[in-house]
Design a protein. Structure first.
Length: 272
């Protein structure tokens, strides 16, 4: 069994792929696949508003701009996703009119970027200044998640590098960053690449989050992380850890399935 690539267990790797993820043993993180099923569900703001209901307490930073006849969204996230600490950079586009569901939502529904719109993205996640992991890929959704780690969103910062297609796209993205609250002196450039740090969000956060509700949800998340650490402590390989979870803490083993339920419950709205 080769533990230098993936989990070292073909069955577990296939299971993770069915959830849209793969495993990096060098950094002990999960990350999203290019052809993940989540790509079919796009993005709109209601996802973030509903996230806390699924034990996800994270900071969000949307950056909107227009380019090549499309409306674009590049969004950053960092925080606690149930039993994982992680971060995301997502790339989305739309040419459709805004979605309007009276009493529910009004605004754009974005598609995940197509193959022609993939961008070179790099993100490094830090906790209290210490590096947790680095992810780099040409993708529509660059992510990393540490299973069993607990963090508050304000504990985390992200360094982000995004290479835009050309100078025009670079200029439009900078306008979006400025509108979101990032000043010129906070940005660095390498050709068409923008480099910035995401620490404290500059844009309004989901109204479903409050200090009181965050505290309750995070207490549960922290408890589950502690239980995970206790249950899996005797084991080295991820396969053995997952078997222990299935036996002793099945609700954690099913967390990725819960993630899929989140998209299924809200993603249907894109066709409304």
């Amino acid at each position: 069994m080769d533990h230098s690539k993936g989990t070292g267990d073909d069955t577990l790797d296939r299971l993770l792929a069915s959830f849209g993820y793969a495993y990096d043993p060098g950094q002990d993180i999960f990350y999203s696949l290019l052809d993940a099923w989540q790509r079919n569900y796009g993005y709109f703001r209601l996802y973030d508003e509903a996230a806390a209901l699924f034990s996800m307490i994270m900071d969000c930073e949307p950056v909107y701009f227009t380019y090549a006849g499309k409306r674009w969204l590049i969004q950053f996230w960092k925080g606690q996703y149930g039993i994982t600490t992680g971060c995301e950079v997502g790339v989305y586009t739309t040419t459709r009119p805004d979605l309007h569901i009276p009493g529910v939502f009004k605004g754009p529904f974005f598609d995940c970027a197509g193959d022609e719109d993939l961008l070179d993205i790099e993100c490094t996640l830090y906790k209290h200044g210490g590096t947790l992991f680095n992810r780099k890929d040409k993708h529509w959704w660059v992510t990393g998640f540490i299973l069993g780690a607990f963090s508050e969103p304000f504990d985390l910062t992200m360094d982000i590098k995004i290479t835009l297609k050309d100078e025009v796209m670079l200029s439009e993205f900078i306008k979006g960053l400025n509108h979101a609250g990032y000043q010129w002196e906070e940005l660095r450039f390498e050709g068409n690449t923008v480099i910035l740090t995401f620490a404290e969000p500059r844009t309004p956060q989901p109204v479903t989050r409050s200090p009181a509700s965050d505290k309750v949800i995070q207490m549960k998340n922290k408890l589950l992380c502690e239980m995970y650490q206790q249950i899996t402590a005797p084991f080295t390989h991820l396969t053995d850890k997952f078997r222990a979870l299935e036996e002793q803490l099945p609700q954690v083993a099913l967390m990725m399935g819960k993630n899929k339920l989140f998209y299924e419950q809200y993603g249907f709205l894109k066709n409304k």
